[in-house]
Design a protein around this ligand. Structure first.
Ligand SMILES: [Mn+2]
Length: 397
């Protein structure tokens, strides 16, 4: 028997009350492709503008109270920038979220950062990681989130094994500097920017490096960082089983790391991932950080971010509707069609009216995207930031 609408509503409300997803500072700034950069007049040009935009997304959705910070772009002065960030937190009602070191932009990282054959360059990378840990401590942020772009482009040109040892050493030293309550998340990616071998290419490598570093290190799953056809929810189930799932970078992909809007290509996959999360215990679930990792070159940045948070809420609400007790019984009896219909039925439920009810009940705008359009916020920031962005467009080489 299907759940009654009242019971469904209760499930959806409870799920949405507990659902938070972090927005990335870089999602509000101008970014480009390898081929061109289409500058947007309303893009954030300063850390203050990024906080303002994140605050706006949180006001509209009630679900994004934290902003991921990128050390190099958002705290170029390192720890000295912390008081300014704390001021912005108060001003815009958004807290600092994950701290993201940058080990890929500096020219010295041409042959790698924490896996570079040069001990001096590895030392510089470690120093940046330790600075990032300190920044996280001062901001009271839980996660230092590591994406390591290291790899090589030509067979035979690097020792894959030596590079493993070097990474282990740096990651262990970073782990040992973490404070109480702080964590280190290790992200993986099969290729790009390296096109022959990537030093942390899949979840197995990330898991082993995390385990070797210590108990505060967990794996970060970026949904766009998998080969076609990879069963991501199975990876999620394994990481949950091993108490090694730290969090997610959400986005969607059609071909590779495309940074497309979450759920725009395969919403059913996001639903399946959320089902695994909601099958976990409340304690397990509480330790999983949901983050958006998208930077849109064509869509309006505010609109894209609100649309993504709303989509995440809708897919999470759908997954909340899976009758997991019933499903467990059907799985045990191998009642395949009934099990699949129970699972699929939740996915096909139109949760939008219930999500809207939830927004109204929580004093939030019933339609966040429409509210954004009505608010005139995008026009206002385009007006304010337009000339700065036009300048950056002409100086972009
Ligand atoms: Mn990512």
């Amino acid at each position: 028997m299907a759940m009654s609408t009242a019971a469904q509503q209760e499930q959806v409300f409870a799920a949405l009350d507990g659902f938070r997803i972090e927005v990335p500072s870089w999602g509000f700034a101008n970014t480009g492709t390898r081929f061109g950069k289409f500058v947007q007049g309303g893009a954030a040009t300063t850390i203050e503008e990024k906080f303002a935009d994140a605050g706006q997304v949180n006001l509209l959705t009630g679900a994004s109270p934290t902003i991921a910070l990128h050390v190099l772009w958002d705290l170029p002065g390192g720890k000295a920038d912390v008081p300014a960030i704390q001021k912005l937190e108060k001003q815009f009602g958004v807290k600092s979220g994950s701290i993201n070191p940058n080990l890929f932009q500096d020219a010295e990282y041409k042959y790698g950062s924490i896996a570079n054959p040069s001990a001096e360059i590895r030392g510089n990378a470690l120093a940046h990681l330790l600075d990032s840990v300190e920044i996280g401590k001062e901001l009271g942020s839980t996660d230092v989130s590591l994406w390591i772009a290291d790899g090589s482009n030509y067979p035979g040109t690097q020792s894959v094994r030596r590079r493993i040892e070097w990474m282990q050493e740096v990651l262990k030293s970073t782990h040992d500097a973490l404070g109480e309550g702080q964590r280190m998340l290790v992200e993986y990616k099969p290729f790009e920017p390296a096109f022959y071998h990537t030093d942390i290419a899949d979840w197995g490598m990330a898991l082993e490096l995390a385990r070797n570093a210590g108990p505060k290190a967990k794996v970060l799953v970026d949904t766009g960082h998998h080969y076609q056809g990879t069963n991501i929810e199975q990876i999620v189930a394994w990481l949950l089983h091993l108490n090694a799932l730290g969090g997610f970078h959400f986005n969607d992909r059609k071909y590779a790391d495309d940074d497309l809007t979450l759920g725009s290509i395969d919403p059913y996959q996001v639903f399946r991932i959320f089902h695994e999360i909601l099958s976990a215990s409340a304690a397990e679930r509480a330790s999983i950080a949901f983050m958006i990792d998208q930077s849109h070159n064509l869509k309006g940045k505010l609109e894209a971010m609100v649309q993504t948070v709303v989509t995440a809420q809708e897919l999470y609400a759908k997954a909340a509707l899976v009758d997991r007790a019933k499903l467990a019984g059907l799985q045990q009896e191998c009642k395949l069609v009934e099990a699949e219909e129970t699972f699929r039925g939740a996915f096909w439920t139109d949760v939008r009216p219930m999500v809207k009810e939830w927004r109204i009940a929580r004093g939030l705008p019933a339609e966040p995207l429409q509210e954004l359009a009505k608010s005139g916020y995008v026009e206002k920031i385009t007006e304010e930031r337009g000339s700065k962005n036009a300048k950056s467009a002409s100086s972009y080489a």
